[in-house]
Ligand binder design. Structure first.
Ligand SMILES: Nc1ncnc2c1ncn2[C@@H]1O[C@H](COP(=O)(O)OP(=O)(O)OP(=O)(O)O)[C@@H](O)[C@H]1O
Ligand SMILES: [Mg+2]
Length: 248
């Protein structure tokens, strides 16, 4: 098993954000996570990635107990994530953002000034843009804040896969972008991620996107997983219809 979560619980005062969560993820899974606002989707990602500690429960990665690992340790073993809001340097160039992330992943951040912006590093960054289907001639000389929102989201996810994780958790990769752009963004992200053999879990509010791009759907409601399985089956379930599909 690649990733396994057992009996996870987390409360914030009187709010139960995770209630007895059990979840398994295999190699090459592409899992869509659905649930209305406040259902516990981000909390689930925060606990797996060490940003929050659960009140109880266990997290296993490749059968190893990582429940007590911190954010950096979890990243180092191969579980990466992206956030609802892109975590990029807005005032830096697109390529510079990628180069810095590469150096940080290799823990060379103290040597920026000597060797960051080499031709080799620029070429590698351009190659990554291309693997994510971002038009390098159009974007390579741009500062991040000049990018369209869709390209910025793709760049953010591209940066999150630097260091070649085995698992990536994407918190709303299509939030804030137009309906037309969502399909392009998801297609480009998933094509690149599959080429790197990374397993994906993505949180998404748009049910058409979930149905189109995931092999499995996990539905959250009030901190609980109320359905987990093949998209068509999950969408048919009464509680999913009542609490999620019908209310979004
Ligand atoms: N750090 C925190 N402190 C207190 N309450 C929190 C904290 N993080 C989350 N919560 C609460 O836990 C519940 C689950 O929140 P969470 O952010 O996981 O929901 P979500 O499913 O990601 O929602 P959305 O779709 O709006 O992003 C909510 O009631 C939220 O207010
Ligand atoms: Mg959230």
């Amino acid at each position: 098993m690649l990733l396994e979560v057992k009996n996870l619980n987390k409360s914030f005062g009187s709010v139960t954000a995770a209630k007895n969560i059990n979840f398994k993820m295999n190699e090459n899974d592409i899992i869509g996570v659905i649930g209305s606002n406040g259902a516990g989707k981000t909390t689930f990602c925060n606990i797996i990635t060490g940003y929050l500690k659960a009140d109880s429960g266990e997290i296993l990665y490749q059968d190893r107990d990582i429940t007590k690992f911190n954010v950096q340790e979890i990243k180092n073993i191969g579980i990466h994530r992206s956030f609802q809001i892109p975590q990029v340097f807005e005032n830096l160039g697109v390529l510079e953002n990628i180069i810095i992330a590469e150096l940080v992943a290799k823990k060379k951040q103290h040597s920026f000034f000597e060797e960051a912006y080499t031709k080799e590093n620029y070429d590698k960054a351009i190659n990554l843009l291309e693997r994510f289907s971002l038009d390098a001639t159009k974007f390579k000389d741009k500062v991040v804040k000049e990018l369209p929102q869709g390209a910025r989201k793709i760049l953010d996810i591209l940066i999150a896969i630097i260091g070649t994780p085995k698992v990536i958790l994407l918190d709303e990769p299509t939030s804030g972008i137009s309906t037309e752009e969502k399909n392009i963004v998801m297609t480009n992200i998933l094509k690149a991620i599959k080429e790197f053999n990374i397993s994906v879990l993505f949180i998404e509010h748009d049910m058409e996107i979930v149905e189109q791009f995931s092999d499995r759907v996990v539905a959250f409601y009030n901190g609980e997983i109320i359905a987990d399985g093949n998209p068509k089956e999950v969408f048919k379930q009464k509680n999913v219809q009542k609490y999620i599909v019908g209310s979004s």
